[in-house]
Design a protein. Structure first.
Length: 167
């Protein structure tokens, strides 16, 4: 990779790291795991940069790698880090934190594939065909996963929300 290519990669990675992190966090619900997913994504993108850049598909490639890495982690069912009792002091923008926490907790209860579809469709605003391409499934599978995921979210959010915060 020459200096110009590396500079283009760095600019792209700097510009897209935050949106990729947001997508990863909404899918996995864990700050550190989301950071790992983004790091994995950007490392894969770096390796394939010249090929991906020539096809002008950097965003699509990055999202696809991120989704595949997330789903792969879920399939492996590897041990997860244990939550801690206290969080580091981090300032966040003032938004309805209770609503956000409830939604993230509900998303974490969805199966991984349904969660990925719901986040890609409604947070990232992708079409059914785009989600199907990113996940490597048919549009019919995306519709099915979307319908089931939304039904589960409705059930979780309309019911007693106390159970959302239990592991």
């Amino acid at each position: 990779m020459n200096d110009r290519d590396e500079m283009e990669y760095r600019e792209f990675a700097s510009a897209r790291a935050r949106p990729l992190f947001r997508l990863a966090f909404l899918m996995c619900g864990d700050w550190h795991e989301a950071e790992d997913l983004v790091q994995t994504t950007l490392a894969s993108l770096f390796v394939a940069w010249n090929r991906v850049r020539r096809r002008n598909s950097m965003d699509t490639y990055a999202r696809r790698v991120l989704v595949n890495a997330f789903l792969s982690q879920r399939r492996l069912k590897r041990s997860r880090e244990t939550p801690v009792a206290q969080f580091a002091d981090v300032t966040a923008p003032v938004v309805d934190a209770d609503l956000r926490m409830t939604l993230v907790a509900a998303l974490r209860r969805l199966p991984a594939r349904s969660r990925a579809v719901v986040v890609l469709r409604y947070v990232e605003d992708h079409s059914i065909d785009s989600v199907a391409e990113l996940m490597g499934v048919t549009p019919a599978a995306v519709k099915s996963l979307n319908t089931r995921g939304l039904a589960q979210l409705r059930e979780l959010l309309n019911g007693d929300q106390q159970h959302l915060f239990q592991p």
